[in-house]
Design a binder for this molecule. Structure first.
Ligand code: NDP
Length: 449
């Protein structure tokens, strides 16, 4: 393990999120490398941690006051071993190379787990869509695409949404791509239903995460009915996680955004969720506005200097972190365990710190890492690509059934890989090993490229 970590820390000493993601995979796959020395001889690990291509570019645009703004755009094309690069675009002020490299690296294994032929990539910008007018967002997206279009395509690299990139942004990005290339193709996923989108794509990540939790519970002859659930975030993933938990008979009592969280002891039921979706998706408001309509709920602002996140202090059976990376630290994890949590299912990417993961594994919590649990989004993106190339459209029932089947396969692959390498019930090892072996074998077949 020393060598790979030495290489990447020497090369890019400040990319701490990337180091965190690589460390976890390197630790999990060590027994695989010991058993298969040919992977070491072929330098598989050394190649897998180095992106095939990194693109960075200037994104100039003009705000509503006529002032020139400059943001930074990125696309990380991490691995095309099993298919065209595929992964979301994130627009958030925290975006930098380290965060996008960690996300692209995770995406490679996640995409391999879906059983679909898609490689891994990620991109985005430090642009913050919050508080911007629709015209500002459009001008930014057009400028961003005026460079990105050179590097993507339906058989090369197919971006999608992520934090800060939803249907509105995908629409503006697609419009500009189409104009520049004079081509209507499946170059982006998460498109609107009228022009090539797939039914169930908006729901897919959240639904998939809940299906995965249900799969884990089923190994203990249990399910989500009557389970008390904590969900963080209030964006795409959090909303549809809440919807599916409600449909399966569970009760969600928390949601958050970057300013704070709400606790609604009575549960965020169908009607309350609908209002929340209006607040976040149409009004583009803040989570604290929820309590204006539902005063029985309590809003607590986040104190960024606090040692722990109070959302995770509440008593519950299941937790679905669905906001951002490193939102559950060791203390949060210990609080959850002390309060009787049995299941943690990551809708977000890498929301739990290494210390937090250790607590969950030591306490035999059913703990699903993001690269397995949130793979439903990219899986349905893969199904959107298939529908685009076949020029057909599947019904919502068909897509949801396929999604459920894929989450079942991912769960089985994780369980089997964890057992084969002597750590039954460890979904971290299971996901890393199952994803890695598929990518490594494909790289072996294709020579040193
Ligand atoms: P959205 O932009 O729709 O929502 C993100 C949510 O997380 C918002 O509520 C946002 O609050 C909150 N948030 C973002 N950054 C922070 C922060 N630094 N601290 C606290 N809260 C924060 O994004 P998604 O729902 O699409 O993505 C959520 C997570 O799921 C991400 O980790 C993403 O990578 C992952 N994911 C998403 C997939 C998808 O299909 N969309 C697929 C797989 C994984 P605020 O509005 O205040 O910024």
């Amino acid at each position: 393990m020393g060598t790979i970590m030495d290489i990447i820390t020497a090369r890019d000493p400040f990319e701490k999120e990337f180091h965190q993601a690589v460390t976890e995979v390197v630790e999990s796959v060590k027994p695989v490398l010991d058993k298969n020395p040919e992977y070491r001889h072929a330098g598989i690990m050394e190649r897998i941690v180095e992106p095939e291509r990194v693109i960075q570019f200037r994104v100039p645009w003009v705000n509503d006051q006529g002032k020139v703004q400059i943001n930074r755009g990125f696309r990380i094309q991490m691995s095309s071993a099993i298919g065209p690069y595929k992964g979301g675009l994130r627009f958030h002020p925290s975006v930098n190379l380290s965060i996008l490299k960690f996300l692209a690296f995770e995406q490679v294994f996640k995409n391999a787990l879906t059983t679909l032929p898609i490689g891994g990539g990620k991109g985005g910008s430090d642009f913050d869509p919050k508080g911007k007018s629709d015209f500002e967002v459009m001008r930014f997206c057009q400028s961003f695409m005026s460079e990105l279009y050179r590097h993507i395509g339906s058989v090369t690299d197919v971006p999608a949404g992520d934090i800060g990139v939803g249907g509105r942004e995908i629409g503006y990005l697609f419009g500009m791509y189409k104009k520049l290339k004079n081509e209507f193709s499946g170059v982006l996923t998460g498109k609107s239903l009228n022009w090539g989108g797939s039914l169930i794509r908006p729901e897919a990540t959240g639904y998939g995460s809940v299906f995965f939790a249900d799969e884990m519970l089923s190994t203990h002859n249990d399910n989500l009915k009557d389970k008390l659930c904590l969900v963080s975030g209030s964006g795409n993933v959090a909303q549809y996680t809440t919807q599916k938990i409600n449909q399966l008979g569970g009760k969600v009592v928390t949601l958050s955004d970057s300013s704070g969280y709400i606790f609604d002891e009575q549960g965020i039921d169908k009607d309350k969720l609908q209002h929340l979706m209006y607040l976040k998706n149409v009004k583009r408001g803040r989570i604290k506005e929820y309590v204006e309509k539902y005063p029985e709920a309590v809003f607590t602002p986040f104190d960024t200097s606090a040692a722990h996140n109070p959302l995770w202090d509440h008593k519950a059976n299941c937790a679905f972190p669905s906001a951002t990376q490193n939102e559950i630290n060791k203390k949060d994890a210990q609080n959850l365990v002390n309060n009787g949590i049995t299941t943690v299912c990551e809708g977000a990417n890498m929301p739990t710190t290494p210390g937090g993961i250790e607590v969950f594994l030591d306490n035999k919590i059913l703990y699903a890492p993001g690269k397995a649990a949130n793979a439903g989004g990219v899986a349905v993106s893969g199904l959107e690509m298939s529908q685009n190339s076949m020029r057909i459209k599947w019904s919502a029932q068909e897509v949801e059934a396929k999604l459920k089947g894929i989450m079942h396969s991912i769960h089985s692959a994780c369980v089997a890989a964890a057992e084969e390498y002597g750590t039954p019930g460890n979904y971290v090892n299971g996901a890393n090993i199952a994803g890695f072996v598929k990518v490594a074998d494909s790289m072996m077949d294709q020579g040193i490229v």
